[in-house]
Design a binder for this molecule. Structure first.
Ligand code: 13P
Length: 260
C-alpha cells in the first residue's frame, strides 16, 4: 500500500521566525494526531531557510524538501543551488517543474527532465517530486491528458521508467493553484488514474508504488474527499501549508484514511 505524503510548498513566503514557529507547530501538532505514523509529512521552505529548517526537523518525523535545484553538480552558475548542496544540508526531497517555475521562469520540459535525471544519477539521495498539470485553456481544449503525457514523456525519454522507481509525482492543475478553485475529486482522480496508467504501460510495479499527490487549493475542508480517491496518495499544499492549524487539518484527513 502507498503511504500518503502531505507536503507543504511554502513558495517565497516566510522568515526565520515563521520557519521555526511553523515547523515546531507542525511537529508538536502531529504528536496529537492519532495515526500520524501512517503517513509522511514534508515541508519545503525557501532555500534561504533550509539550513535552519534542517536543524528544526532533525528530531522530528517531518521531512525536508527544496523547491528547485540546478541540474549541474557544481560550477559557474551564479545564484543556483546543486543537489549535493541540498543533500548535505539534509534535504530528502526537491520539487521539480512547479508550474510557477514553468510559467514565470520559462522552465521547459527538457530542463525539468535534466533536473530529474540528476536526482536519479545521485541515486535518489534527494527524491524528485515531479510537478505536472494543465492550464485552464488546455483543459478547455480537452488537452489535459495530452499535456500530462508530454510532461511525463519528456522525463521518461531521459531516465526511462526506472527513473520513477523512487520518485513522487504531483498533479497540479494550474487553474486550481492559488485560485481557491479546487479540481473536483472526480477530475483529480481521472487525471491521477491517467498518470498511473501511463506509468503502468512501462512497468506495473513502479506504477503501483509511485505516489501521486494532488495540488491546487487543497484545504482541511476538501482534503478528506480528495485524499480518499483511489489514485490520490497525498497533497502538495501551498496557501494552507503556511499555518500550522490548516496544514494539520489536512494531515488529520490523511491520518483518517491511513486508519480506515
Ligand atoms: P495552493 O494550495 O495555494 O493552491 O498552491 C498549490 C501549489 O502550488 C503547491 O505547490
Amino acid at each position: 500500500m502507498r503511504r500518503q505524503l502531505i507536503a507543504g510548498n511554502w513558495k517565497m513566503h516566510g522568515s526565520k521566525e515563521m520557519t521555526s514557529e511553523l515547523i515546531n507547530g507542525i511537529a508538536n501538532g502531529l504528536g496529537h494526531v492519532s495515526g500520524a505514523n501512517n503517513f509522511d509529512v514534508l515541508v519545503c521552505p525557501s532555500s534561504v531557510y533550509l539550513s535552519i529548517a534542517s536543524g528544526l526537523v532533525s528530531e522530528t518525523s517531518v521531512k525536508l524538501g527544496a523547491q528547485n535545484v540546478n541540474a549541474n553538480e557544481q560550477g559557474a552558475f551564479t545564484g543556483e543551488i546543486s543537489l549535493p548542496m541540498l543533500a548535505e544540508i539534509g534535504c530528502q526531497y526537491v520539487l521539480l517543474g512547479h508550474s510557477e517555475r514553468r510559467e514565470l521562469f520559462g522552465e521547459t520540459n527538457g530542463q525539468v527532465a535534466e533536473k530529474f535525471s540528476a536526482c536519479v544519477a545521485l541515486d535518489f539521495t534527494v527524491t524528485p517530486v515531479l510537478c505536472i498539470g494543465e492550464t485552464l485553456e488546455q483543459r478547455q481544449q480537452e488537452r489535459t491528458n495530452a499535456v500530462l503525457s508530454e510532461q511525463l514523456d519528456a522525463v521518461l525519454e531521459v531516465t526511462g521508467i526506472a527513473g520513477f522507481a523512487k520518485a513522487v509525482i504531483a498533479y497540479e492543475p494550474v487553474w486550481a493553484i492559488g485560485t481557491g478553485e479546487t479540481a473536483t475529486p472526480e477530475q483529480a482522480q481521472n487525471a491521477h488514474e491517467f498518470i498511473r496508467n501511463k506509468l503502468a504501460e512501462h512497468d506495473q510495479d513502479i506504477a503501483q508504488q509511485t505516489r501521486i499527490l494532488y495540488g491546487g487549493s487543497m484545504k482541511p475542508t476538501n482534503a478528506l474527499e480528495l485524499l480518499s480517491q483511489a489514485d490520490i496518495d497525498g497533497g502538495l499544499i501551498g496557501g494552507a501549508s503556511l499555518q500550522a492549524e490548516s496544514f494539520l487539518g489536512i494531515c488529520k484527513a490523511a491520518a483518517q484514511i491511513g486508519i480506515a
